[in-house]
Write a protein that binds this ligand. Structure first.
Ligand code: SIN
Length: 288
């Protein structure tokens, strides 16, 4: 892809690009069209040295769709669609510190998430990403055929049950269980991307808890294998944050993992999620 307005530098062979030449607070339509194309081409895009008010951050998100109100995690008082992802110098546990896609337990998991770095440690606190298209494409044809017919069960319970929340105190974030903490939702294992038609594996270690119609003893080894396969180093990229960096990832086909290697230091990010759609599987496409 030739970009006229953006300087696009890929981060790894698998995914991710750093984008120069953009002021996200003042984005004209032509530049935004290229940002959208870069998002489609690279799945996670990062911008440096951005200076955005909460209103401008929300306005950038709204260019991709309606904004989600995060379940369980309280947003900013004046801007409920922004959650503040904070780990203080005293906290031991970070938010998002395992491979996952955001809120995959929802009927319509987010299209994507935007993260704006307000305060970062001098070193550490990077975020890893993995490309689930590559994870799908590198499976054997036998495994792909089996997964095409399977449905995964997703649930918030491992992170957002009252017990799970109590076991991971994060002083600066308000996270509360509710009546949906133990709910489950079903999604296809193999998702067809709504914009590109490309297939990807759609499971993650935190929220995918089982295989529909399989016992726990049967589900566990399959999910363990797929969870490890999905994040092979050759499918990943790693974003190193600086203050005022902004990243936007495609939550439909990407996993991420916030690294917790900066104990004794503070990290503060603002996150906005864009509403997504019901994930469609291969058989849904055949019917459509
Ligand atoms: C998350 O959205 O899961 C947190 C990512 C991060 O803080 O790097």
């Amino acid at each position: 892809m030739i970009y006229k307005r953006l300087a696009v530098s890929p981060i790894s062979g698998a995914m991710g690009a750093e984008i120069g030449g953009v002021d996200l607070a003042n984005l004209d339509d032509e530049t935004f069209a290229e940002v959208k194309q870069a998002f489609r081409d690279h799945l996670v895009i990062m911008f440096r040295d951005q200076n955005m008010t909460p209103e401008q951050l929300l306005a950038f998100g709204r260019r991709f769709g309606d904004l989600d109100i995060a379940p369980f995690v309280k947003g900013m008082d004046d801007y409920p669609a922004i959650i503040e992802v904070v780990k203080t110098a005293r906290d031991e546990v970070n938010f998002g510190g395992a491979w996952h896609s955001d809120f995959s337990f929802k009927r319509e998991p987010p299209l994507g998430s935007i993260l704006y770095a307000r305060e970062v440690p001098a070193v550490g606190g990077d975020t890893m990403f993995s490309n689930l298209h590559l994870a799908y494409e590198t499976l054997s044809s036998g495994m792909k055929d089996m997964l095409d017919g399977l449905t995964a069960i997703h649930s918030p319970r491992r992170s957002y049950s009252a017990k799970a929340i109590a076991s991971r105190s994060r002083a600066a974030m308000t996270i509360e269980a509710d009546e949906t903490s133990e709910s489950t939702w079903e999604h296809p294992f193999i998702r067809v991307h709504a914009d590109t038609g490309r297939r990807c594996l759609f499971i993650n270690d935190i929220y995918t808890i089982g295989v529909k119609g399989w016992s726990e003893a049967e589900s566990r080894p399959l999910l363990k294998f797929l969870g490890a396969h999905a994040v092979k180093p050759e499918f990943t990229c790693r974003l190193r944050w600086r203050k005022d960096s902004v990243a936007f990832w495609d939550n439909r086909c990407v996993l991420h993992n916030a690294l917790n290697d900066y104990s004794g230091h503070r990290r503060h990010m603002q996150r906005v999620t864009v509403v997504g759609e019901v994930p469609l599987g291969v058989s849904d496409m055949a019917v459509a």
